[in-house]
Design a protein around this ligand. Structure first.
Ligand code: ACO
Length: 427
């Protein structure tokens, strides 16, 4: 039986339908509220507003659950690999062995990026932040692929997915090579996707590049953990931009910009910068903990807290284990990591953090792993973007396939009422 909610305003009652999700999450459907009552709802930051129904990711922030297409993140991180999970997130089912082999092969058909893109990257200063360059280069891909994908054509959509997965990876690593002054290099179609990431980043023309399987494995896991996270800031941006029927590359470029901010994906860079600052100023973690608790100090402990996880972030649990493994296997001994450990231990028993349910989030540990792998700090958010790409594609595809209307929130105007124009000499 379908349920309804009654909203009573000044003795007038409005009946609103309710929607129940497959995990029994309940929403009041207010899409007709304005027509019925002339009123809208107000929810800055969308803390209580669902923007869509979605079959991609289930997240329960109170219980610390994250699942892609019904599979737990723990299971996927342990047994899957990144392209397999990407296929699942984008197309809805785990690929068969032959579908997976084909997917990997089809991605390699698009790994050559147009040489003219190199002149675009040449125009950036070496000091440009890689996320700014990545957003611009992703947008520039629209110039080389001007035809918008027909989402109703399965083959076309599949090819667009493969093309995006291929080209985004290459240009993401080019942002680093540009900053280092290294020659831009090419994807090697005989090697795996994550292996290629390391090669594209670090291989130099002057010497052979030796892969480390522990590193590849840790990166693969990190990418899986970032693959989707339902309607977060960057994903909502991708859906919103795409809702105007802007193309896939243009929508993803907007997602990259949204991810860049330090309250979202940029937090992983901010974590490391914070740890470096603590180290530089004498290593007193408790001083920074006190600053974070001081209401007169705008400082926040980066890598702690989450908009939806009010319990431990399940990704953080998996990453913490991976971080411990990577650090011990690689034999890393780094004072910055010792500070991270001290901060984590102190915050987890501190009344301020405990009462506000502020736990270390995925960015706290991912930054630590990236540092151990020799990835420079300002590339951390680019790493996040590579991992999140399948989620952005899947959400864009779902939004278009569901024929969602253009995203256009309303507002409550709080400015001046109508006033008369006064000429400048009389003001
Ligand atoms: N350090 C200190 N205090 C904090 C922190 C923090 N990192 N995070 C939240 N708080 C405090 C707030 O001051 C507030 O305290 P109050 O109730 O006394 O006023 C309370 O906890 C609730 O905070 P909100 O800002 O309302 O929580 P919100 O859900 O809006 O914010 C956010 C979540 C943005 C992630 C926040 O916790 C934060 O800024 N964290 C640091 C940045 C970070 O790590 N971001 C990565 C998020 S994960 C991701 O994007 C993958």
């Amino acid at each position: 039986m379908s349920k309804t909610a009654i909203l009573e305003v000044n003795s007038e009652k409005f009946e609103l339908p309710m929607v129940t999700g497959s995990e029994n999450e309940v929403a009041i459907d207010i899409s007709k509220l304005r027509d019925l009552s002339g009123m809208i709802t107000l929810d800055p930051g969308y803390k209580n507003s669902g923007s869509c129904t979605s079959e991609i990711t289930f997240l329960d922030g109170e219980l610390g659950i994250l699942r892609y297409r019904g599979y737990s993140i723990e299971d996927l991180a342990e047994k899957g690999h990144f392209l397999e999970v990407s296929y699942l997130v984008i197309f809805g089912e785990l690929p068969t062995a032959s579908q997976l082999e084909q997917f990997e092969k089809d991605i390699t058909r698009y790994t050559l990026v147009n040489e003219e893109m190199k002149s675009i990257i040449d125009g950036f200063p070496k000091t440009a932040h890689p996320m700014g360059v990545l957003s611009a280069l992703t947008s520039a891909l629209t110039a080389f692929n001007p035809r918008s994908v027909n989402v109703e054509n399965e083959k076309e959509m599949y090819e667009a997915v493969c093309k995006t997965m291929a080209k985004f990876m290459v240009i993401a690593t080019w942002t680093y090579r540009k900053s280092m002054g290294y020659p831009l290099n090419y994807y090697d179609n005989t090697k795996g996707y994550v292996e290629n990431f390391m090669r594209l980043m670090f291989e130099l023309p002057t010497e052979p590049y030796k892969q480390n399987p522990i590193v590849i494995n840790a990166l693969d896991k990190l990418f899986i953990l970032h693959a989707d996270h339902e309607q977060n800031c960057s994903t909502s941006t991708v859906r919103m931009v795409g809702s105007s029927h802007a193309g896939l590359f243009a929508s993803i470029s907007a997602g990259v910009s949204a991810l860049w901010g330090p309250l979202h994906g940029g937090a992983n860079q901010a974590v490391l910068e914070m740890l470096e600052e603590i180290h530089r100023t004498g290593g007193d973690a408790d001083k920074y903990l006190a600053k974070a608790k001081d209401k007169n100090d705008p400082f926040r402990l980066m890598g702690f807290g989450h908009r939806v996880y009010k319990n431990f972030d399940p990704r953080a649990k998996i990453i913490k284990k991976a971080a411990d493994e990577v650090l011990s296997t690689l034999g890393v001994n780094d004072p910055i990591l010792a500070i991270a450990k001290k901060l984590e231990e102190s915050a987890l028993v501190d009344e301020y953090f405990v009462s506000r349910q502020l736990y270390p989030n995925v960015d706290f540990y991912s930054g630590i792993i990236y540092r151990a792998l020799g990835i420079p700090t300002d590339m951390f958010t680019v790493m996040f973007a590579i991992g999140r790409l399948p989620g952005w594609i899947a959400q864009w595809k779902e939004m278009r396939e569901n024929k969602e209307p253009i995203g256009r929130p309303r507002q409550i105007y709080t400015g001046h009422p109508l006033r008369d124009f006064v000429t400048s000499e009389k003001r």
